[in-house]
Design a protein. Structure first.
Length: 486
């Protein structure tokens, strides 16, 4: 169970007063200890850290354990992905149940704001790194995110791919571009209002729908149809930590029962590895099956769950997650924090902030259940957790429906000469320069035989044209090098 939670944000004025990720985790962990009513960090037998993007410590949990004065603990670090914090809670709950772990400190942090400031100023940060052979245990499943054909075309980043999900969802809903943008403005405005009430959020200024959708110098277009405010905000220095332990350990440490929050169930699963082979851009069956199984294991339905936090790197992620779980995001509260754009998007570690917030709220509503969905990659890797301050009947339960997901249809990808010729666009995005000009258009296309093929163009006239009106369903021609002609 979770007995302590901590969240810490550091708004350094300069590089001189900035904190490295290990220091952010230390402060969050000390806050979690105080939250649990402990006089300092517990004598944990496991210290586990979420993979850090902005600084390669090689053994981040060792540096955290040393800062906390924890000796002889088993050290672990997750694989990359925004699913990792929830997967880490699931793995730790399993280990506690099996008697392999007694008390664990879980933490994660990013100092990406400082890291990028240092790069801009040409400053080399004097932060530590472990020796090459000093490595912690690896927790989680490694997945390769990009198909070779995607890499060859430069389709590598979430800012390129999540807008493709968005254009496909918009077309499937039958909305015009203007109608759909207005809907996204309302969805994200509501999210900003949640952040405004969250003392741990990085941006606490509520935004109107018009502020979200209006493109300007402070809200430039990144990847059509997403201006900056619809993107995850990684420009933060944030850390979060959880203390987990067994009931016996909580009693031995004299942690008050009103601090206890129980994971009732958890699931971990992933879609077909590559976007190239997904059956459609408008469904995420791994979320459907993984979310359903987590709820079944907890003995509840989605309508029984009072508190929900959906992963929110981009609007399409929320919509895919919501429809897969049976939630109307326009009618039901789906974030506890304000999400990655406003609470803050510290790369892989955002869900730990969601879990910490959820645990604190469930203490105030001890008869209710909460659900956290964490997502990694290109809507690829998923982890679910169902929580309550009331203990589960029969203990924590975990499962993975991966065999069912793997058996679902895959779409064949055509490349080179096999892809050349007429095709129809099924999803697309247009990437903009920092000067606000459309530069490159990417499109997933369907061939006559229903195979998928990628198309791209760096012709600014074509890229600009694809920002006007609906292009899903439009016929194009693909060259052998994947150049898209209209």
């Amino acid at each position: 169970m979770i007995v302590g939670v901590g969240q810490y944000s550091h708004r350094a004025d300069s590089l001189d007063d900035a904190l490295e990720p290990a220091a952010l985790m230390e402060r969050a962990a000390l806050m979690a200890s105080t939250d649990a009513g402990l006089d300092g960090p517990p004598a944990a037998d496991a210290v586990r850290v979420v993979n850090i993007i902005g600084w390669r410590y090689r053994n981040a949990p060792r540096f955290l354990a040393e800062r906390l004065g924890i000796e002889d603990a088993r050290l672990g670090e997750t694989t990359p992905g925004g699913n990792s914090p929830q997967s880490l809670v699931n793995a730790t709950a399993i280990d506690i149940l099996a008697g392999d772990v007694d008390v664990a400190v879980l933490a994660g942090a990013e100092a990406f704001r400082t890291y990028m400031r240092a790069r801009k100023d040409g400053v080399t940060l004097d932060w530590p790194k472990a020796d090459g052979d000093d490595r912690p245990d690896r927790i989680g499943k490694e997945l390769e995110m990009s198909h070779p054909a995607e890499r060859d075309l430069g389709i590598l980043m979430p800012v390129q791919i999540y807008p493709m999900f968005e254009t496909a969802l918009r077309s499937a809903a039958g909305r015009t571009v203007e109608e759909h943008q207005a809907r996204l403005g309302k969805l994200w405005s509501d999210l900003s209002h949640v952040a405004a009430d969250n003392p741990h959020a990085w941006i606490r200024t509520a935004k109107s729908p018009e502020e979200i959708t209006t493109v300007g110098p402070a809200n430039r277009m990144i990847g059509f149809p997403y201006p900056k405010l619809m993107n995850s905000n990684s420009d933060v220095d944030m850390g979060a930590a959880l203390i987990m332990c067994s009931v016996d350990s909580a009693r031995r440490l004299r942690i008050a029962e009103d601090r206890w929050v129980f994971p009732h169930s958890g699931t971990d699963c992933h879609e077909h590895d590559y976007v190239s082979n997904r059956d459609t851009f408008t469904r995420t069956p791994a979320i459907e099956l993984g979310g359903k199984r987590a709820l079944e294991l907890a003995g509840v339905t989605i309508d029984d769950v009072a508190l929900i936090d959906l992963y929110s790197c981009f609007p399409s992620a929320v919509q895919l997650g919501a429809q897969s779980l049976g939630i109307d995001p326009m009618e039901r509260q789906w974030s506890r924090t304000g999400g990655l754009p406003f609470c803050g998007g510290p790369w892989n570690n955002y869900p730990m902030h969601a879990i910490a917030t959820m645990a604190a709220e469930l203490r105030e509503q001890p008869s209710e259940h909460g659900l956290v969905w964490a997502n990694g990659g290109n809507a690829t890797k998923h982890a679910f957790g169902v929580y309550s301050a009331a203990p589960p009947i029969g203990g924590f339960r975990h499962d993975s429906p991966q065999d069912k997901i793997d058996a679902l249809p895959k779409r064949t990808l055509a490349v080179g000469a096999d892809a050349a010729g007429p095709a129809d666009i099924e999803a697309y995005s247009v990437m903009f320069s920092r000067d606000g000009l459309p530069e490159t258009a990417f499109a997933a296309c369907r061939l006559a035989d229903e195979r998928r093929a990628w198309g791209c163009t760096s012709d600014p006239a074509v890229a600009e044209a694809m920002c006007d009106g609906e292009w899903v369903g439009v016929g194009v021609r693909l060259e052998t090098d994947a150049t898209l002609r209209i």
